[in-house]
Ligand binder design. Sequence first.
Ligand code: CTP
Length: 403
Amino acid sequence: MLTGKHIIVGITGGIAAYKTATLVRLLVKAGAEVQVIMTPNAREFITPVTLSTLSGKPVISEFFTANTGQWNSHVDLGLWADAMVVAPATASTIAKMANGVADNMLVTTYLSAKAPVFVAPAMDLDMMRHPTTVRNIALLRSYGNHIIEPAEGELASHLVGKGRMEEPENICKVLDEFFSRRADLAGKRVLITAGPTRERIDPVRYISNFSSGKMGFALAEECASSGAQVTLVAGPVALATRHPAITRIDVESAQQMHDATMSQFPQADITILCAAVADYRVDCVAERKIKREHTDEPTLKLVKNPDIARATGQAKRNGQLTVGFALETDNEQANALEKLQRKNLDMIVLNSLRDKQAGFQVDTNRVTIITADGQRTEYPLKPKRDVAADIVNAIMQLMKQKS
Ligand code: CTP
């Protein structure tokens, strides 16, 4: 899958830089075209001559090539790349990438890159555990980057723990699998609902829930990376979409989400209902702010919102697939199964609110996937982007079974 792929390998100043020579060799052997970019500190750990010999291209380190006055365009490089991998990624480079610092050729190219970016951190145990590094890695992940987790083992400092750059063979495998998966949803249209909805009470107040939209947005990125054309119907969230194959429709209320989803549904091959839709709305939204002195015990009359998942389940034709979510606090399995049937879903993704690191606002999730024919698969706790990959894989398997 790597044949002909344009891959930027970014090397930063860590001892694991010596291993990146093997990575470059493996990528070239697999048929990729590799452009190495080194930070000035990386050159202290391994010579550019080694990397230019292995990649067959001069290594880029500076904005300008000395003597010739030639400018190395980070914009052109960003457009050229099918993928960028930063290995090793030091704590400093990760911090720069997370915060948009563009003070060397590598991080500037990262900011320009439209292609998927893979980051393989490598640093000492305590740096890896530092809250700043933990936050910066979470930030990079939330921007849609792929983190290739460091392995556990003895570090250059002789401390033992997490911080060793993943082996070049495994990094190469991650890239290869990524490109194999990319084509799997080619030609498919995926419709996704995400985030919470807001139900107005008056011009300044609303009813909503804790959904951040992270799971739905991760699914949108994952489906787009797998070759699908994605329409993302998003409630009010503080998240950005990066992939050019994602068309985003922003809505506020459940009714608006229902209308936008149903207008797109006839064209969708796969619909993933990930939004935390408010089940009720206020019957009569006050035109003016409700004043405190008017009543001591105000009562809001609520009426039912449309069930979007159920509506898609009813409108579904042969060949269309619908996937729902169930976030439960008790009787998880039974409730999820009941929802799957009531909403005529092909698959339901269950997560429990009893699980502290799963559910609203957090970056991780632990899910169980249940299909309409009764198959149940439990997955371990993972970052939401990896959970999204598991869900997309399960959808692809189901599509294959049905075709
Ligand atoms: N859902 C939807 N429209 C609604 C309510 C839910 O599309 N008005 C979808 C959710 O996106 C999710 C699934 O239905 O995929 C289950 O959502 P959930 O809130 O758990 O189900 P409800 O039917 O609302 O059941 P309850 O709130 O009673 O648990």
